[in-house]
Design a protein around this ligand. Structure first.
Ligand code: ADP
Length: 480
C-alpha cells in the first residue's frame, strides 16, 4: 500500500480522528475523576474532624486534655492508619499532633499550619516540600465553656494517585487496542468500498483502439463510483464514435482514390508505350508514372489499415499453415533478392497451424521480407523461419542489412514513420508497411517486435496464437 493511496490516507485520517477523540475524552474523564476523588477524600476528612471535635473536645474541661490525647492514640491511631491529626488550641499552642505514618507516605512535620484565623470548616490539598500531596480538613470548634480549638485531619493523596494511575494504564491500553482495531477495520472497510475503483482502472487499461467497443463494469451501488463508471463509459462511447468516424473517412477517401489512380496509371503507361514521344517527354512521363505508382501504394496501404482498424480483418478466422505460407512467399521473392545479390533462405521444419485470414498474413510476410531485401545491400543474407514455441507460432525475419538506430526502434511501427525519409522515399517506402504488419498481428491476437543495431542487421519477430487443437502437439504435420 503506497502512502499516497486513498486507502492509506483515509485510514490515517480515520485513526487520527479516533485517537484525538479518545485522548480528549480520556483527559476529560481523568480530570473529572481526579476532582471527584479528591473532593470525596476532603469531605471524608471533614467528617472525621467534626466527629473528633464533637466527641473529644466538646467537654474537654471535664475530661481533661490528657484524656483527648489518650483517646486519639487508642482509638484513632493515626500512625497505624496512615493519617495526620493535629489539634491546636485557640492561642496557637498544639494540644496534639500525630507522628509520621507507618507507610511513610508523608512527613508529619512538613504539614503546614493553617493560616489564622480559621473561622469555618474547610479542606484543601497541600503539596509538601518533598513533592508528595496530602488532603487536610480543618474544623474549628468550641468547648462548652468557650475554649477554641482547631481540629485538622489529613490523609495522603497516594490512594487517589494510585487509582488515577490505574485509570491511565487502562486508558492507554484501551487506546492501543482501539487504534489497532480501527486501523484494521478501516483498512478492510475502505478496501471494500474502493474495490470497484481497481476494477474500473484495470478495465480502463485494457481498452485500446482495438477494443473501443468494450465498456467498463458498472457496479449498481447507486454511489459516486457508479456515476463515475457511467460517465467514463459515455466518454468512451463518444471517443469510439469519433474514431469510427475518422476511420470511415480514411476508408472512404482511400477507396475513392483507388479507381482514378488506377486509371491515371493505366493511361500514363499507354502514353509511355507510344513511340513518337521525345526523349525529354518520355523521361518526364516516367517520373510522373513513378510518383503515381507511389501514390497508389500509399492509398492501398491506407485502405488496408482503415479496414483493419474497423475490425474487418477479424471476420475471417480459418486455419492455415504459416510455415508453408512463409516458405512459399520467400520462394516468390527470391528473384527480387537475387537481382540485388542477396541470398534468401527459409527454415520451416514443421507445419505451424494458426487461425486467421491467409491473404493478410501473406501481406505480413511480404512486407517483412520486402523491407529486409530493401534495407540489405548486395552480398547480404535474409533468413525467414517459422516454429511453434511455448504455445505460440513464432515467425522471424532476419537480415544482415543496415539495421535500425536504437532511438528509432520504438517508432518504426507508427504510421508514416520512416527512419531516414530521403532513403526510404528513394526505395519507394511510405512508412506504412510495418504499421500494416502490426495492425494485422494485433487484430489476430499477436504481436511484433524488433531487435536491431545500426549497421548490424535486424530481426523482426512475430508471435501469434496457435490454432485450437494444435497447441498440445509438439510436431505439426503439413495439414493444410
Ligand atoms: P517503408 O515502407 O518506408 O519501408 P515501413 O513501415 O515498412 O516503411 O518501415 C518503417 C521504417 O523502418 C523504414 O523507413 C526503415 O527505415 C525501417 N526498417 C524497416 N525494416 C527494416 C529493416 N529490415 N532494416 C532496416 N530498416 C528497416
Amino acid at each position: 500500500m503506497t502512502t499516497r493511496s486513498i486507502r492509506f490516507r483515509l485510514v490515517v485520517w480515520y485513526a487520527g480522528l479516533l485517537i484525538a477523540i479518545f485522548v480528549l475524552l480520556g483527559s476529560l474523564i481523568y480530570a473529572g475523576l481526579k476532582s471527584y476523588l479528591v473532593r470525596n477524600l476532603g469531605l471524608t476528612q471533614v467528617q472525621r474532624a467534626q466527629q473528633m471535635a464533637e466527641t473529644l473536645l466538646a467537654n474537654v474541661e471535664k475530661t481533661g486534655e490528657a484524656h483527648v490525647v489518650e483517646e486519639i492514640n487508642s482509638w484513632v491511631t493515626p500512625e497505624v492508619n496512615n493519617r495526620f491529626v493535629r489539634i491546636t488550641r485557640g492561642d496557637s499552642s498544639v494540644l496534639y499532633v500525630s507522628r509520621n505514618p507507618r507507610d511513610m507516605s508523608f512527613e508529619a512535620s512538613q504539614v503546614p499550619t493553617y493560616p489564622k484565623p480559621v473561622t469555618q470548616i474547610s479542606w484543601q490539598t497541600e503539596i509538601l516540600p518533598d513533592g508528595r500531596g496530602i488532603v487536610v480538613a480543618a474544623v474549628p470548634c468550641q468547648s462548652s465553656s468557650g475554649l477554641h480549638f482547631l481540629v485538622e485531619v489529613g490523609v495522603p493523596l497516594k490512594s487517589v494517585q494510585s487509582i488515577l494511575h490505574h485509570f491511565v494504564i487502562l486508558l492507554v491500553s484501551g487506546l492501543a487496542v482501539m487504534v489497532a482495531v480501527s486501523i484494521a477495520g478501516g483498512y478492510l472497510l475502505v478496501g471494500h468500498a474502493l474495490a470497484p475503483v481497481d476494477q474500473i482502472a484495470s478495465s480502463a487499461e485494457r481498452i485500446s483502439l482495438q477494443n473501443l467497443s468494450d465498456r467498463l463494469p458498472i457496479a449498481r451501488t447507486g454511489d459516486e463510483l457508479e456515476r463515475l463508471s457511467i460517465s467514463l463509459n459515455n466518454m468512451i462511447a463518444r471517443l469510439e464514435d469519433a474514431v469510427r468516424h475518422n476511420q470511415r473517412f480514411i476508408a472512404d477517401a482511400s477507396h475513392e482514390l483507388r479507381t482514378p489512380l488506377t486509371l491515371v496509371n493505366g493511361e500514363l503507361e499507354s502514353i509511355v508505350q507510344k513511340s513518337n514521344l521525345s526523349q525529354e517527354n518520355l523521361q518526364t512521363l516516367s517520373n510522373i508514372l513513378e510518383e503515381v505508382e507511389r501514390l497508389r501504394r500509399i492509398v492501398e496501404g491506407l485502405f488496408a489499415i482503415s479496414r483493419l482498424d474497423s475490425g474487418e480483418a477479424e471476420k475471417k478466422w480459418l486455419p492455415f499453415d504459416l510455415a508453408e505460407l512463409a516458405a512459399s512467399t520467400a520462394g516468390q521473392l527470391e528473384p527480387l533478392a537475387e537481382d540485388k545479390g542477396i541470398s534468401i533462405s527459409s527454415t520451416t521444419p514443421n507445419a505451424v497451424i494458426i487461425e486467421g485470414d491467409r491473404s493478410r498474413f501473406k501481406q505480413v510476410v511480404v512486407n517483412l521480407l520486402d523491407n529486409a531485401i530493401k534495407y540489405t545491400s548486395s552480398g547480404g543474407q535474409v533468413r525467414i523461419s517459422v516454429v511453434a514455441r511455448d504455445g505460440h507460432a513464432v515467425l522471424e525475419v532476419a537480415d544482415t542489412g543496415i539495421g535500425i538506430p536504437l532511438e528509432a526502434q520504438p517508432r518504426i511501427f507508427e504510421r508514416f514513420f520512416r527512419v531516414d525519409e530521403a532513403r526510404s522515399r528513394e526505395l519507394g517506402g511510405a512508412g506504412l508497411g510495418l504499421s500494416i504488419v502490426k495492425s494485422i498481428c494485433v487484430a489476430y491476437g499477436g504481436k511484433v517486435e524488433v531487435e536491431s543495431a545500426q549497421g548490424g542487421g535486424s530481426r523482426f519477430k512475430v508471435e501469434l496464437p496457435l490454432a485450437e487443437g494444435s497447441k498440445n502437439s509438439k510436431l505439426y504435420k503439413n495439414g493444410n
